[in-house]
Write a protein that binds this ligand. Sequence first.
Ligand code: G6P
Length: 622
Amino acid sequence: MCGIVGYTGHRQAAPILLDGLSRLEYRGYDSAGLAVRNGKAATEIVKATGKLYHLADKTDQGRSLPDTCGIGHTRWATHGDPSIINAHPHVSGNSTGPGGGEGDSDVVGVHNGIIENYTELKEKLLRHGYQFYSDTDTEAAVKLVDYYYKKYQIGPVDAITRTMVRIRGSYALALMFRDYPEEIFVARKDSPLIIGTADDASYLASDAPAILKYTRQVYYIENLQVARISCGSVRFYDLNGDETSLPMTEITWDAAAAEKDGYEHFMLKEIHEQPTAVRDTLNSLLKDGRIDLSAAGLTDEMIRGLKQVEIVACGSAWHVGMAAQYVIEDLARIPVRVELASEFRYRSIPMAPDTLVIVISQSGETADSLAALRVARERGAQTLAIVNVVGSTIAREADHVLYTLAGPEIAVATTKAYSAQLIAMDVLAIQMALLRQTISQDEYVHLTEEMGTIPDKIRRVLEDKERLQWFSSKIANAHDIFFIGRGLDYAISLEGSLKMKEISYIHSEAYAAGELKHGTISLIEKNTLVIGILTQSQLFEKTISNMAECKSRGAYLMGITTNGNFAVEDSVSFTVYVPRTDEHFIPSLAVIPLQLLAYYTSVNRGLDVDKPRNLAKSVTVE
Ligand code: G6P
């Protein structure tokens, strides 16, 4: 987590850095800081705790800082509390001054990641006379660069590569050296970083939306590489300090996609972008009406030969895996196991070459998912990444990649990326089923055509949003909410519950409906809200009975079901209907009211929907 940006050119750096940070705030928002410089003059550092607008206010939206080269940071605290002292940038000298102030240091830096051996490095540096002012791991890295720079009288690139050899952990580091005006040096290992160039300016950022407005020509710096960035040009070096080259890539994302576009929050905008995200993802995987996975390099032989599928992910992406498990098993008859990446990476699951490990990740940078991918590769499994961010680490390291086309997602709570992942997994399940002959040609055609109707059906669900807005005002003071369902409905319950708790801070749990009576039902009391998902016809009666059990203990019931199931209204107080479709694809529709309910509940409670407390969108720490 944490977001970093950098700019060197002929314009005032601070407003550009603040603008970039505003698009990275989803990565962390407990404090922020800037360092800017011009020529050999002292570097000016300004920091503020809390959200980014405090830093913007402190610098008159960046206008009070005239310099043309700078770096910036928005923080999600790992080491040290969210204070001015711990906010980045950090310096090689003894202090960044009260509230920032003038940096009297030779090296100034910002960092995203974790330096695992920082205590050891700190002890070494203390022995060499360095003093530490913060509790951060970053300060040790910046000081270590300074130490090598001075001890060996070497250039910045060599000082940085020596440091990289010494430090363990993950980092995207951006550093400025007093002796190298108008240049920024960066190093990367396992934390995202892109570098963009335009005519006479260069940019760096943790994620594309921060620089999309200025350039689309970018470089994805590789792991264990260093870059030397000057106005309009960039040079790359390997760990030996030897110059190396990298291809330039053109970003195709629309810059407008990273703007709010009149919506009150990014989350609401992204909820409404779901028909497009699903349609674009689907179209990218179809050719002349038939599924074509050749872009991902998945061959028919490989799919036919699979004996086991393991789906590994975190958060909502894991919920996509939970839904996909039912669909793949039902249609393609392949055993599927779904694992949390943070668990998978430390389990010694035996894996054969006929196992496909599917890693699902919006950002392509989640630390646990990346580690799980590496473990799977080491154990000899074939790997497929379902990723939204082009060029991200997971996308680059997996054997095969299937991109979702959700576009940039800014709100911390995912919506459109989740929906794009769901449809991508449905496509995969259908293709697996066809190749393994567990469905007929007619079924294949029917399923493929039915998938094509999903974007429009999502649009229809969105039209019902006013009722959900009304209902959310009734539940805004709830203490607990339970989401229940069976089978695919259970998978949707998991996502509905997560959405609710992460942005409304109301305690919620998702339960497999049949499991309630084994403990959780003891928590049901008068007026506890229980939301039942009732879209799977075979399981409908069972879940309705479980809801009745809750009602008889005082619960207040809401149901989500498909059009025509009007009998639900006999049992529950508030019902939401979604259009009918093949039941395998229902999660794509039933999740929409749950997203809207969470969204409006958060708004009704006056919370910061797009940046919920303690969370970050891209979790690049363990
Ligand atoms: C964070 C986000 C979630 C996301 C999860 C996995 O917790 O808040 O929305 O589902 O990370 O992220 P990924 O980028 O790997 O999909």
